[in-house]
Write a protein that binds this ligand. Structure first.
Ligand code: HEC
Ligand code: HEC
Length: 411
């Protein structure tokens, strides 16, 4: 049985995954006629076909033009290795963890290199988006990040010189508009929605007024984000900008890591301990509670952190080794002895860990499983953690807005 939506939400406290928001729902839910029209067009547009919601990974990477520069070719390879897991092979988003599209035309024409570089370097802590830059313990140097950006840029329109836009709106009035028009998808700081966290300090610190204005007026064609031009007055959009700016501030600090290389500590936890007994769901998932009990009982096992290395550096389950979804070399050290359990986890909560467990099974490991709830729920339950978890942006367990819940199909 797949988890029900409700269980999925509980399992994934910070970034609900696997939500699908078909256009029908939007049309039924929002009295946004022009916006809905724009969305309809958007979904059938050049980037169309996939409304927001997790997609199957059947998409093809778009072929590179024959005259693609070496930079774009290198960026395409890095993109597939590090980013496609969540943002999709074609970068249109929603392959996992509700990662947004990175190539919708309105995004590419308004996102500055500064915005893209910061988003990739620092990530959005408290979400599945890790910081990928080397100084934070991530795998990418500035040249590689530049190549990925060049690749993304090759997939859509060039950046526009947006007309300067300074909001003179009123944040209190903006809050009313927000509650009415934005909450069903974006949620609130205390009650997250499924769409990008637009109050995230790292997002707001990097996003210009012009970028925000462009997104709200024109939407993101090919995604669930409607165009609000014609639905909201220019004054209301200005009030929204004032509200977003009032949330903004300094980005959450991301401490630099030393040393950058992950030390090769012991692989097996409690090497002399008894073997744990786990009862798996669907022959694949082990409940976090059973893992906690096995650790308390000093059982022998291996735990793998499948997230980007920067996330391991920040905080991990004690004794967990780092085998990120993009590099398996450390698996050679993991005993393949028909007895030892090898468990993997990630943030939210099955995709990166699933990649590692599939690889273990391909290599013939007999006792493997994904820690079902992922590390964010592990933290929330105050199970043991090594390191200092980064402060989550804010808020607690997200819920599907009640009006949408009955309409959302199960993942
Ligand atoms: C484990 C899943 C995952 C992986 C892998 C991942 N991302 Fe993300 N990314 C996300 C999520 C989720 C968000 C949105 C966070 C939020 O809710 O605010 C995001 C946001 C972003 C954003 C900001 C987009 C916006 O509209 O604000 C950029 C840019 C980005 N990712 C680029 C990348 C690149 C480049 C890579 C590969 C180096 C990558 N991501 C790998 C999950 C992922
Ligand atoms: C029907 C759902 C829905 C509604 C309603 C909605 N949004 Fe969005 N919004 C989204 C989704 C989904 C995205 C990410 C799209 C993508 O993948 O590029 C998004 C993206 C954005 C972005 C760009 C974020 C980024 O990281 O690039 C901004 C800004 C934004 N929305 C603001 C708003 C505001 C303000 C409102 C209310 C007036 C609103 N949205 C209403 C679903 C929605």
């Amino acid at each position: 049985m797949e988890p029900t939506l409700e269980q999925e939400m509980v399992a994934c406290p910070l970034m609900p995954s696997s939500l699908l928001l078909p256009r029908k729902v939007l049309l039924a839910t929002f009295a946004l006629a022009p916006a809905a029209l724009a969305l309809t067009l958007g979904c059938k547009g050049p980037h169309g076909g996939a409304p927001a919601g997790n997609r199957s990974i059947s998409a093809q990477a778009p072929p590179l033009p024959p005259d693609a520069s070496p930079q774009v070719i290198a960026g395409a390879a890095s993109y597939q290795k590090y980013c496609a897991l969540c943002h999709g092979i074609d970068a249109r988003g929603y392959a996992a963890d509700n990662a947004p599209s990175l190539v919708s035309p309105t995004f590419l024409e308004s996102a500055s290199d500064h915005f893209l570089t910061r988003s990739i370097r620092e990530g959005r802590q408290g979400t599945a988006m890790a910081g990928y830059a080397k100084p934070f313990g991530g795998p990418l140097d500035d040249r590689q990040i530049g190549e990925i950006i060049a690749y993304l840029r090759s997939q859509g329109p060039a950046p526009l010189q947006l007309p300067p836009h300074r909001s003179s709106g009123n944040a209190a009035r903006g809050q009313e508009v927000y509650d009415r028009s934005c909450v069903p998808c974006h949620g609130t700081q205390a009650q997250r929605g499924f769409a990008v966290q637009i109050w995230h300090p790292n997002f707001l610190a990097a996003a210009s007024d012009e970028f925000l204005h462009h997104a709200i007026t024109l939407g993101r064609p090919g995604t669930a984000m409607p165009a609000f031009i014609g639905t909201l007055s220019p004054g209301e959009i200005d009030d929204l900008l004032a509200l977003l700016k009032s949330w903004g501030g300094a980005s959450l600090p991301r401490p630099a890591i030393q040393p950058l290389e992950i030390p090769k500590g012991p692989v097996v936890i409690n090497p002399g301990g008894a073997m744990p007994k786990f009862t798996l769901r669907e022959n694949r998932y082990v409940p976090a509670e059973q893992v906690k009990k096995a650790l308390d009982a000093k059982n022998r096992l291996v735990i793998i952190d499948a997230r980007a290395t920067s996330d391991w550096h920040q905080a991990h389950i004690p004794g967990a080794i780092s085998v990120p979804y993009y590099g398996f070399s450390r698996l050679d050290d993991v005993p393949n002895d028909d007895k030892t359990w090898v468990l993997a986890y990630c943030a939210c909560p099955h995709h990166a860990s699933g990649v590692v467990v599939d690889e273990l099974r391909r290599r013939g490991y007999k006792h493997t499983a994904i820690i079902d709830e992922g590390i964010l729920e592990w933290q929330r339950r105050k199970y043991p953690i090594e390191g200092e978890p980064l402060p989550a942006a804010s808020g607690s367990t997200p819920k599907v807005p009640p009006r949408l819940a009955p309409l959302l199909p199960h993942p």
